[in-house]
Design a binder for this molecule. Structure first.
Ligand code: SF4
Length: 144
């Protein structure tokens, strides 16, 4: 069975910044076709749950209260890449909108709830290494 890396929050792990999950209703169907490897780059990169929300600000990642968490975000991305290499994973399903996992959109870096086009830190690194990154809105298509 093909292995897919998936944002841990999408399979129901309570790893989001607010301590909640983001369970996706098609996870059971995905499990019938793929072996899912849940991973949260922010937690694995060393950040706590719950945590202060972060956004990408130019070439850094900053928390809403002004701490530089770039190192933790990059560390989580590197670990995600290492897992993909180790398990020969070619596809990831990552939660859109996140500064780690976003693939089409992220927050604008001003903490004003506005969204812009962009990719998260983990998504960018995986794509640089040839891994196909889908988001939760593309699961249905993948199951066809
Ligand atoms: S970093 Fe990714 S996996 Fe972790 S909570 Fe955010 S969107 Fe989910």
């Amino acid at each position: 069975m093909e292995k897919i890396l998936i944002s841990a929050c999408l399979v129901g792990d309570k790893v989001r910044y607010d301590g909640k999950s983001q369970y996706h209703p098609l996870i059971k169907e995905l499990l019938e076709k793929f072996e899912l490897v849940p991973f949260c780059p922010e937690v694995e990169g060393g950040l706590p749950t719950p945590r202060t929300p972060s956004e990408i600000v130019k070439d850094k990642v900053m928390t809403k209260d002004g701490k530089d968490v770039t190192r933790q975000f990059r560390s989580g991305a590197e670990l995600a890449l290492n897992i993909c290499k180790y398990l020969d994973i070619k596809v990831a399903i990552l939660k859109d909108g996140s500064p780690s996992c976003g693939s089409t959109e992220i927050h604008n870096g001003k903490f004003d709830n506005r969204i812009i086009k962009g990719r998260g830190i983990t998504t960018a690194l995986l794509e640089q290494h040839g891994i196909r990154v889908l988001n939760e809105n593309e699961i249905e298509e993948l199951l066809k």
